[in-house]
Design a protein around this ligand. Structure first.
Ligand SMILES: Cc1cc2nc3c(=O)[nH]c(=O)nc-3n(C[C@H](O)[C@H](O)[C@H](O)COP(=O)(O)O)c2cc1C
Length: 203
């Protein structure tokens, strides 16, 4: 009996490690750009640890911003029936959610901000998250400027949103002074850091 219990425990544990799901909600428009390239390196690290990974490109989806109708406070869904349903489903299933964006005029892209606003539908009328506990989030930012702290501004906006959703941070990573993927690919230390970030996020 004890041996059986032990075996079962191991299987459950192994299952969790094998099937940890990491999604990257990518708010950048350029699929071969520096943001998606940085995300790919993080996901490579997560995959090394056996995680399933997926990039959700917001620019491929058709959705609007939050309309503030508060339908989601009396129903367990958003009134707008659009591609945000894909994002909601992926978030329900994910263990780790990465939010990635290039800096556009000192902020995250409009697509990512609209997506964040729509996550209001995952919070009930008492401002309690409808999501299961134990999820983690990370922030990935690229910018042209060498040193301006845009990443910090973006990070704090995402952190503020995630606090409502009861999702804990697993950190952030940013690349400064990049204008295209080639710039990022020269930053070998940062790429190694990104891979390690991905490994740690699922460990
Ligand atoms: C519309 C637009 C606005 C931008 N605004 C800023 C900015 O305010 N600060 C900055 O450092 N870089 C800015 N950039 C540069 C991008 O953030 C940077 O090159 C980023 O790495 C591009 O990511 P991508 O290769 O994934 O598209 C801007 C780029 C665009 C296209």
């Amino acid at each position: 009996m004890k041996i059986m219990e032990g075996v079962e425990y191991l299987l459950v544990k192994e299952n969790k490690t094998m099937y940890m799901k990491v999604i990257a909600i990518d708010g950048g428009p350029r699929k071969a750009g520096s943001t998606t390239t940085l995300v790919s390196h993080i996901l490579k690290g997560a995959e090394k640890k056996g995680a399933e990974t997926e990039i959700i490109s917001l620019y491929d989806l058709d959705y609007s911003g939050c309309r503030g109708c508060l339908y989601c406070k009396s129903h367990n869904s958003c009134k707008q029936d659009d591609d945000m349903n894909i994002v909601y489903d992926k978030i329900w299933d994910a263990d780790v959610i990465l939010f990635a964006t290039p800096v556009y005029f000192a902020q995250m892209t409009g697509q990512l901000k609209n997506c964040l606003d729509r996550l209001y539908a995952l919070i009930d009328a008492e401002y309690v998250s409808r999501l299961s506990a134990g999820k983690k989030f990370g922030v990935v930012v690229t910018q042209g400027d060498e040193s301006a702290p845009f990443c910090e501004t973006i990070k704090s906006t995402i952190e503020f949103t995630m606090e409502f959703l009861g999702i804990e941070s697993c950190g952030s990573i940013n690349a400064n002074g990049v204008h295209e993927a080639a710039d990022l690919l020269r930053m070998t230390d940062l790429l190694a850091k990104a891979e390690a970030f991905g490994e740690k996020a699922v460990s």
